[in-house]
Write a protein that binds this ligand. Sequence first.
Ligand SMILES: Nc1ncnc2c1ncn2[C@@H]1O[C@H](COP(=O)(O)OP(=O)(O)OP(=O)(O)O)[C@@H](O)[C@H]1O
Length: 562
Amino acid sequence: MNQEGYAQYLKNDRNKPKTPRLQQLNTNLDGERKIQNNSIDGRAVVTSPQGLQHTPQFDNIQIFPTPMSYLPSSPIQGLGLSGIIPPAKQEKPSVYLPQTSEIHIKKRRDKVGALRNFELNEINNLNNQHKDSRNLDEVLKSEHRIVSELVPAPSISPQRISSLPTVGEDLEPLGLGTSSTKLDESSQISTDQKGIEINKFTDSNIDILEVFVPPQFDQTIKLNRIKQIGKGNFSVVELYQNLDQKPSNPNAKLVAVKKIIYPDNLFYLNHHGHNNELLSSFESSLTRELSVLQKLNHPCIIHLYGINNPIFLTDKTPLTTLLKQNNNMSNKEKPTVAGIPDCDIIISYCHGGDLLNALTECNGNLETQLVQRIFAELSLAVKYLHDNLIIHRDLKLENILLTCSLDEIKLKANNESERAHYLNTNIIQLTDFGLCKEIDNYDELCTARCGSEDYVSPEILMGVPYDGRLSDSWAMGVILYCLLEDRLPFDPPVNANIRQRRRATSHRIASFEWRWNKMKDINMVGKDIVNNTLTRKNKRWDINNIIESPFVTEVTKELTFI
Ligand SMILES: Nc1ncnc2c1ncn2[C@@H]1O[C@H](COP(=O)(O)OP(=O)(O)OP(=O)(O)O)[C@@H](O)[C@H]1O
């Protein structure tokens, strides 16, 4: 059955999904098979590690990826990695270890949303499977990344940073706004009115980081911690101030430090004393992000300003190397996390926070002009990546950061005297390259099933080799739809009945089931982009089509920073 036929098939609810997933030969994102989209009939030719070629067919596919319900943090052995619920019909292993070739869900939802998105029987399955490990309630309580409706009440997502105050607002009371300000003498942790932990301590070296800076990463600078500004599944992000009075890069006076959180069991060794799969996949994600960040130089993409230990940039397997150096290595039963240094990545600070938060804060009421500007900058960033043979694979609202608050942006946009500056500076930066992939040529297809549930393309869901650039343009369609409609395109339709609500998001994605709501009767050029990206891959616009569309060119022709 071909993909279109399958979508039709799914439409009939009586047909229990049993569609299969292409058997994964590798489980590591780095171990994706080399696939060229070069066969005569346009079907991908897969080259197996043994050099054998075969054309993937749906008949080969063995496990259907849906219904896809995920836990933002895995309940499995407290791994702390995104987990996937094993397909119900598979023989259940006593402990299900997530495979890196499976989708990594990195989402942010309120608890209510989280529960809404779990089928009850799946919750029961999970509870049964993980009786011995963590209780599911605990897992749900600890979640912070989920998501569906775009506007959750702040009170039900306590771990979310609901806003990021501007530098001016925020630093002045802390005495950090001007260089002449006297700093507090004592260490004191307090909480500001938005619930963000603020460390007023500035007078000793416990919050001082010494980090290595580009280009050679042989010079160091000192940074002083100000406060936590964000939290991901694998990191805590904190704001630091550069203690260098005259930093070589004037934009780097305030920086964000992404402190990687190692999952609990990362450093367990298996019975043979080898590193486990979790370590190698975690490590490959980390080094992939760093190696790509080092190469990138685009105003609309986050900048790498430094690292606390150059080994993370120079060694392809830094954690394994550090582990080998660790004395505990000899004791194979014990976790050997002790002695492994933290990984702190110093990046540009975007004080407007992420776009999902910003959108939630303004109740989704973004002026079209602003939507257009944000989307145009995102298009420039993605075009730059694709031109450089890099696929992001995790484009979503949470990974688009604003360089200043929406109010500041609006002020600049509407003030004649600020207009030149507005056109000469970027307002977004794209971040989170943990799932990105460097391809060798434009015909190379990807096989790793990764991404975030609401943004993932049908071909990734189906488990067939896919053109990563087209999956990125699908995600861009989802983003633009969100900005225009203030909801996710593949959430249950507005006024959905119970049956529609129970349908998994992935089913709607696989059958291209989305429609305009707020924008239904509004005629605007931007709708073309959504119409032509949330569609079948053979008809889908790529980044060049997007960038050439009037919705984007109207903005880009005026920008002076590119
Ligand atoms: N440079 C930055 N400036 C301001 N805020 C940031 C910055 N980087 C990250 N954040 C905030 O921290 C959050 C988590 O960051 P990030 O997505 O990089 O972490 P992560 O561990 O890769 O997340 P996940 O894997 O869960 O997607 C972001 O959504 C954003 O709110």
